[in-house]
Write a protein that binds this ligand. Sequence first.
Ligand code: AHM
Ligand code: MG
Length: 334
Amino acid sequence: MIAVKTLGQFIIEKQTDFPYAKGELSRLLRDIGIAAKIVNREVNKAGLVNILGDAGTVNVQGEGQKKLDVYANEQFIAALRSGGECCVVASEEHDECVYIESEISKNAKYIVAIDPLDGSSNIDVNVAIGTIFSIYRRQSLEGKPLISDVLQKGSEQVAAGYVIYGSSTMLVYSTGKGVNGFTLDPSIGEFCLSHPNMTIPKNGSIYSINEGNYVHFPQGVKDYIKYCQEEDGKTGRPYTSRYIGSMVADIHRNLIKGGIFLYPVSSAYPNGKLRLVYECNPMAFILEQAGGLATDGMNRILDIVPNRLHQRSAIFLGSEVMVKKLMSFLKRTD
Ligand code: AHM
Ligand code: MG
């Protein structure tokens, strides 16, 4: 019989990778895992809840129906608040940082940036959605944390991860020593190690982009798309186009199969659509840890110093060979 390794066991084992660790990061990751399970429970019955909500607006417990993204945001923040290891949360759902000021958090040294429920257009149609999180160590030594504690460049991340609520639910994370994936076993209510040491294939044959925006793309991106669609037996083209519209799901697939995900600037989104702090940076951290690359077209994503919480960025990430090829097209049209 093969022994199952749960996320909790794995986190504790891995604590020895950090000789001076006091267990705070481990507890923080555990808190995120717990919130993910609660959110998963709601995501799984979302259709049902909506039917009940339409009939009445209150559910059977007498609670008002909440939109899933609001619910997820509240769950993650509540878990971080009660865990006591996080002093600030930067969430897509809040214009400003949420400071956690409680007795148990007074010495907390971690900052969490989070997109509690990514892929909003897919929430109502039963298509995979996700949670993305990023963890930084507080730099200021005392008092209220500073905005500069939150706006650190992505290379300073202590850990990052995502949860995909898909045909099965998975939590994938990295603490800068490779990437590991855990699948939720609903029968025991635990995330179990299912994808140890995840690596992205060096090359791939999937490109993921919202081609509906084609006319608005920069020339270099248009040229790369044409390259992907051309016939060439030697390089296995034309490539396959796959675009779910949930960043987590698109990148998760490409991480496993090899591929590239593109969200360029366009006339509709002159600075790109995806948010640097809680969408691009964590996904870039994971992909780099898995052996891939992540760029905004000019800079490594993880080297960009954010100057605003909800700053947007173009992003291209995935298999090394594919990202490098794309870059060569972008350079030609500088
Ligand atoms: P959201 O944070 O409002 O859900 O938006 C982010 C999502 C990503 O998950 C996805 O890759 C992208 O937006 C899809 O955008 P588009 O519909 O423009 O292709
Ligand atoms: Mg999002």
